[in-house]
Design a binder for this molecule. Structure first.
Ligand SMILES: *[C@@H]1O[C@H](CO)[C@@H](O)[C@H](O)[C@H]1NC(C)=O
Ligand SMILES: *[C@@H]1O[C@H](CO)[C@@H](O)[C@H](O)[C@H]1NC(C)=O
Length: 361
């Protein structure tokens, strides 16, 4: 019911607003900006604005305010610009987005907030942004993302959070983002990829996690992803891998990128990579560039070239253990045999002597 009403209201807006504009013959354009197509495209790039200009025409479809000095988005910043589809606010010295700042923009499809100074997002940041498909928040100073701050982005397909300082993502942050196809979290400070983080992202195709501090991937972390084609994990803190993580990845074809990690080259790692390479739908794109960090003796060596030798020590150990066990068993058998013979000889010897009671006969 409520959704129906909302839809009708939206349609009314779409139908009547342009008519109202035409009827009013509106050719308004904010001072210093350039307007095109009967003010549908408003270009206010790099004009030194310190606040959102007031006289943006109601029918504006695209508003470009990038390169200004806005510093904050207040709760009333965009009231009246109902039909806005694209809002560009990059490089605008933005430090704070206040609660309800964007909630009136229910038609917005693209929002660019890249290259600003945002440290946090308000908990209701996503409220009203139900049509948003593309959100750019890269090159900010975000440290922590609260689990509710993106929950209303039900149409979002591309999310760029790269080049921030994100250390912790609360499980549940991406719960509402069921349409997501591209997620860029590269160049942050994540340390772990939690299971449960991507449970609703069955359609995710590209997951970029390069240049973080990830040392651990929980076994269930990738399990929900059914269409993943690219998983970038390069330049993290991975030393070892669990094959089970990748076994859980039920996709037609996934390309993995994992070089520039401090790999510990041992027989375990060799086995995990050989198994991954044998799975038909998994491809390690940069396998030639996967190099050992430890042990010291192998530092800088390519894992691919080391490959079979890594298990030599292990094989030798196994041989030594097997050998030892065999020698012990044989020795035990020999001893047992000797004992048996000795016993038998004793018995025979006793048999030749007269039994002690026989002498009393
Ligand atoms: C990333 O991890 C390394 C090694 O574990 C650590 O020295 C460094 O401080 C971490 N960096 C951040 C920003 O957390
Ligand atoms: C391997 O590293 C070199 C040097 O950084 C680079 O030029 C090359 O493209 C990399 N190859 C792959 C397959 O990633």
């Amino acid at each position: 019911m409520l959704v129906d009403l909302e839809l009708k209201l939206k349609m009314l807006c779409v139908i009547f607003l342009p008519i109202a504009l035409v009827a009013g013959g509106s050719k308004l354009c904010p001072h210093q900006c350039s307007c095109y197509g009967a003010s549908e495209l408003v270009d206010c790039r790099s004009r030194g604005f310190t606040h959102i200009p007031h006289s943006v025409p109601h029918g504006t479809w695209l508003l470009d305010l990038s390169g200004n000095k806005l510093s904050e988005l207040r709760s009333t910043s965009f009231t009246g610009i109902w039909v806005l589809r694209v809002l560009l606010l990059s490089q605008s010295n933005m430090q704070v987005v206040h609660s309800q700042a964007l909630s009136s923009l229910t038609f917005l499809e693209k929002l660019d907030l890249a290259y600003n100074e945002l440290r946090v997002l308000p908990p209701d940041f996503s409220q009203g942004l139900t049509s948003l498909k593309h959100l750019k928040l890269s090159h900010n100073a975000l440290e922590r993302l609260e689990s509710h701050s993106l929950e209303d982005l039900q149409s979002l397909e591309r999310l760029d959070l790269s080049h921030n300082h994100i250390q912790v993502i609360e499980v549940g942050l991406f719960r509402g983002l069921t349409m997501l196809t591209h997620l860029n979290l590269a160049w942050n400070q994540l340390t772990v990829l939690q299971g449960g983080l991507l449970t609703m992202q069955q359609g995710l195709g590209v997951l970029l996690l390069g240049h973080n501090n990830i040392s651990k991937i929980e076994v269930e972390a990738l399990a929900p992803l059914q269409t993943l084609t690219i998983l970038n994990l390069e330049a993290n803190q991975l030393r070892s891998l669990k094959f089970k993580v990748f076994l859980n990845l039920k996709t037609p074809s996934t390309h993995l990128q994992m070089s520039e990690n401090p790999w510990t080259c041992d027989c375990d790692l060799h086995r995990v990579f050989s198994k991954i390479l044998r799975v038909r739908h998994l491809h390690v794109d940069d396998y030639v560039n996967i190099t050992c960090h430890s042990p010291l003796l192998l530092a800088g060596a390519s894992l691919g070239l080391m490959h079979s030798q890594l298990c030599v020590a292990e094989t030798a150990t196994v041989l030594i253990i097997t050998g030892t066990v065999m020698v012990t068993v044989v020795a035990a058998m020999v001893m047992a045999e000797r004992k048996r013979k000795k016993k038998k000889m004793n018995l025979e010897k006793q048999g030749n002597d007269p039994m002690p009671w026989e002498s009393y006969k």
